[in-house]
Design a protein around this ligand. Structure first.
Ligand code: GLA
Length: 637
């Protein structure tokens, strides 16, 4: 059920938009796909206006022909519902179904994602087109998987959203009294006396209420999930043999809690677009892959999109150097992906993304990029046996989307806290030490890990705090860093020492937050340095591992502590350490793996994947991997 139906081996392909091209190009497409070993394409992702040119009038002829042609060519189809881009006729007929920004601006058609997921007209129109596709294609032999929507992530602040938000809040809090308490409504006269007074967090005069903001994100995640579910159920009813996915997008603007979504999809699909072209691209790719696998509960998942040849940066799309596309793909496959898919098959001539790279570039097949695509496609069948093998990790990093959301939008924290960077830092330092990690939800299953690292987990619910306590008492090693458990699930500050109330677990109390100007370092004795953020810590049974060497209030005060607790131990890092200092700490904790900086070494089942991103030959055990190359070998016993 989880495997795209009828697709053997690892999935290889990408978004394919036959509707953008004359039909005489399609034969060439299928021939080139066969040459490259493509076996799966995502079709129809934004094709709503072609499928339903006028309300209730459908044109499926072109899609019939495209699917038949793909099937004849032996290529499976991941068929999308096109609901991420409503056609102009829809938005003009239903202006109330447009996405509304916090300042009340309606986002008219002319781009994509111009919908309000809470609007009844949009919900009806989405279901109608999904039902038509299900009716017509559920039994089509090319159909390998359904792809619902595209990159769920649009927040709307419309009156429809507000009505739905109030229903969601009523269900959650039961009474206005409870809501007012949870939101600390006595501050700035924000207490509500009627449910209808509650708005979406729209543009207002000054700072907004963090609990209100956080609940609105949770609500939006649930509402988007509900939209997914209604389509999924309809598609599933039409043919229970076809797996159903959607492609997660990743970013701080995305109000989707993937921990809550992943049990709802048959296969976790993920779109990975690193944001910088230096070695950050490899680091982020590895982090994306480890997140996706963890969201999938350790099961295989699928890299649904990546760019074929450009890394998108603020300075444009920097071309991937020879071999880099293959290495990025291998980062994902080694970390549990069932293949490597791309946006997109063929570069478009027009439209907003006309300069986006593709497997078939504008210049056609006689290009470096397409030659690399063919070369990589031919290599994949040789490693197909690894496709369902699990990746095992002994170390996990806590991933808390709520901490990301709550610190990101909060204008009055003691200092900027870049939650994502703090997580990414732990991931990159461990990756450079060769350690493969999982991610885990704050309230998730920790039992299988020897070490759990909680970087700046700002929002810590009581349940999550108890989870950490239970893990440590049972013999686990917990390493938490500054600002962990600063607030509870309602964004209310944990009193009497912060730390989610876990002062006994850590054997310390945090007394004060002491940010310092950006760029200034504060030295730690024998331990490197801290930047930006330190906390004044009082020992309550813990041992001090190292102290601050400088700083008026903080000099000689504990910087890193450890406390034995039950069968385990709880470490606390009361500052934002620089990479080198984390590396020293992990050295002391003996967190080591077979990889090294610039060389990914990941064990998957009985296979060892070695990916050498450096420009020198790398040796791992008896295996020598040339510069810029990758290999898959038997895992050592
Ligand atoms: C996303 C979308 C694609 C395309 C790419 C561009 O992942 O799903 O439609 O816009 O980004 O990088």
């Amino acid at each position: 059920m989880h495997w795209p139906k009828g697709v053997d081996g690892l999935c290889y392909g990408g978004d394919y938009n036959p509707e953008q091209w004359p039909e005489d190009v399609w034969d060439d497409d299928v021939a080139l796909m066969r040459e490259a070993g493509v076996n799966l394409v995502s079709v129809g992702v934004f094709a709503w206006a072609r499928l339903e040119p006028k309300e209730g009038e459908y044109d499926f002829g072109w899609l019939d022909r495209a699917l038949d042609k793909l099937h004849e060519g032996g290529i499976g189809v991941d068929l999308a519902t096109p609901t991420a881009s409503p056609p102009p006729w829809f938005t003009l007929a239903h202006p109330d179904a447009l996405n509304t920004r916090p300042d009340g601006t309606l986002q008219v058609h002319g781009s994509r994602d111009t919908y309000d997921v809470h609007a009844p007209a949009y919900r009806e129109a989405s279901l109608r087109i999904a039902a038509k596709l299900a009716e017509r294609y559920a039994e089509h032999p090319a159909l390998a998987m359904w792809h619902v929507h595209n990159e769920y992530g649009s927040t709307s602040h419309s009156p429809h959203a507000e009505r739905a938000f109030r229903v969601w809040l009523r269900r959650k809090y039961g009474s206005l009294e409870a809501l007012n308490q949870a939101w600390w409504g006595s501050f700035w006269s924000q207490a509500y006396s009627e449910w209808d007074q509650i708005l979406a967090p729209r543009a207002t005069q000054y700072l907004t209420n963090p609990a209100h903001e956080l609940d609105f994100k949770r609500f939006t995640s649930d509402a988007l999930l509900d939209h997914f579910r209604t389509q999924r159920d309809l598609l599933r009813a039409a043919n229970p043999q076809i797996p159903i996915t959607t492609n997660y997008v990743f970013g701080d603007w995305v109000p989707v809690d993937q921990w809550r979504w992943s049990g709802e999809v048959d296969l976790v699909g993920f779109a990975s677009y690193p944001s910088a072209a230096d070695e950050t691209a490899e680091r982020q790719s590895a982090l994306h892959a480890d997140l996706a696998r963890s969201w999938a509960g350790g099961e295989p998942w699928l890299l649904m999109e990546q760019s074929a040849s450009g890394v998108h940066t603020r300075h444009g799309a920097i071309a991937k150097s020879p071999g880099r596309m293959a290495r990025h793909s291998m980062i994902h496959i080694s970390r549990g992906s069932k293949g490597a898919m791309f946006f997109q098959w063929r570069s478009g001539r027009g439209g907003a993304e006309q300069w986006h790279s593709a497997l078939v570039p504008h210049a056609g097949k006689n290009t470096r990029v397409f030659r690399e695509v063919v070369e990589f496609g031919r290599a994949l069948p040789g490693i197909a046996e690894a496709k369902d093998a699990p990746v095992e990790a002994d170390v996990a990093i806590l991933w808390s989307p709520e901490s990301w959301w709550a610190t990101g939008g909060h204008a009055s924290l003691p200092a900027d806290v870049d939650y994502f960077e703090n997580v990414a830092q732990i991931h990159r330092v461990l990756r450079d030490r060769g350690v493969t990690v999982d991610f885990v939800a704050p309230e998730g299953e920790l039992g299988g890990y020897s070490t759990v690292i909680a970087p700046s987990t700002y929002v810590l619910s009581k349940a999550a705090a108890e989870n950490l306590r239970w893990f440590t008492a049972g013999g686990g090693r917990l390493v938490a860093s500054y600002f962990t458990g600063a607030v509870d699930e309602h964004c209310q500050i944990w009193l009497d020492g912060f730390l989610g109330g876990l002062t006994d677990l850590f054997g310390i109390r945090v007394l004060e937050h002491l940010p310092q100007p950006a760029g200034e370092l504060r030295a730690l004795w024998n331990f490197g340095a801290a930047e930006r953020f330190c906390e004044l810590v009082e020992l309550r049974g813990a041992q001090c591992v190292t102290q601050y060497a400088t700083g008026d209030v903080i000099e000689n005060q504990p910087a890193v502590t450890v406390n034995p607790f039950g069968e385990g131990e709880a470490w606390y890092v009361s500052c934002k350490l620089v990479d080198d200092a984390w590396d020293r700490l992990f050295e002391a904790l003996e967190l080591n793996g077979p990889g090294m900086p610039g060389v990914d070494v990941v064990d998957r089942g009985r296979w060892r994947f070695i990916i050498n991103h450096t420009d020198a030959e790398a040796q791992v055990g008896h295996v020598i991997v040339p510069a810029g190359a990758w290999t898959v070998d038997e895992r050592p016993a």
